[in-house]
Design a protein around this ligand. Structure first.
Ligand code: PGA
Length: 244
């Protein structure tokens, strides 16, 4: 695990975008594993800036996202599909046929999970961007007694529903289920980049990076990945005196 510490959110976003841009420059047809949430928005802004400055082209890139809410379609403003289009894909030259997210409206969600897992395997993720939830989730892998190896349907915890209700009109509107890549799916990506910013993430950062490796803190599991880069800003690193 490498830890890159930055002064603040903007610097963390710029560093994450640099890593993704470097990946695309080295391999123009890279497969990017992407994430949603408030954390990666700055990274996507930086990538769009690089595209606008002609430093980067997404024309051969494919992207596959970690997760999607069950029950929300592409047109729903709260869907992760919509989020990705608004924050990144509508602003670059990516071929939209190469943009993949789980289908939250699939008739049979279990079949959709199998299809998505096979897709992730066929594409082969070169670099996976990750955020972390306040309860340590990555993707929608919530604290659990088990480590899920493949894409699956998950019941969201109350903590996640609480954390995500800020994006919805009311808490009751937050879907109760999602399709998410399993920890195993994430671990099969060639490189992982975990982005952690803000003082409210200080405690979970400490647990995830320095506490026991346990599915009760799903982000701790990815420390076992051979190529993990953590980008964290100083507010998130507040409790860490150890190695930085
Ligand atoms: P956030 O969400 O970036 O909005 O804090 C992260 C996550 O839930 O994975």
């Amino acid at each position: 695990m490498r830890i890159i510490s930055t002064k603040n959110y903007n610097e963390a976003s710029a560093r994450a975008a640099d890593l993704i841009a470097a990946q695309i420059l080295v391999k123009p047809d890279s497969v990017l594993g992407l994430a949603t949430g408030s954390t990666p928005i700055g990274t996507y802004k930086e990538l769009v800036k690089k595209y606008n400055n002609s430093e980067l082209s997404f024309s051969e890139v494919s992207t596959i996202n970690l997760d999607e809410y069950v029950g929300l379609g592409h047109d729903d403003e709260q869907s992760y599909y919509h989020f990705m289009m608004e924050n990144l894909h509508n602003k670059t030259d990516i071929d939209k046929n190469n943009v993949y997210l789980p289908n939250g409206l699939a008739e049979n969600i279990d079949d959709e999970c199998i299809r998505y897992e096979e897709l992730a395997e066929d594409l082969g993720i070169d670099i996976q961007l990750l955020g972390i939830g306040l309860n340590g989730h990555v993707g929608f892998n919530e604290p659990s007694d088990f480590i899920e190896n493949y894409t699956y349907k998950v019941e969201l915890t109350q903590s996640t529903i609480e954390a995500n209700k800020r994006f919805f009109k009311k808490a009751e509107d937050v879907p109760k289920e999602a399709i998410t890549m399993g920890i195993g799916t994430i671990m099969r990506a060639k490189k992982l980049v975990l982005l952690i910013t803000g003082e409210n993430k200080a405690e979970i950062l400490d647990q995830a990076l320095f506490g026991p490796i346990t599915p009760q803190v799903p982000a701790s599991l990815i420390r076992m990945h051979p190529d993990l880069t953590v980008i964290a800003d100083n507010p998130a690193l507040k409790l860490v005196s150890k190695i930085i």
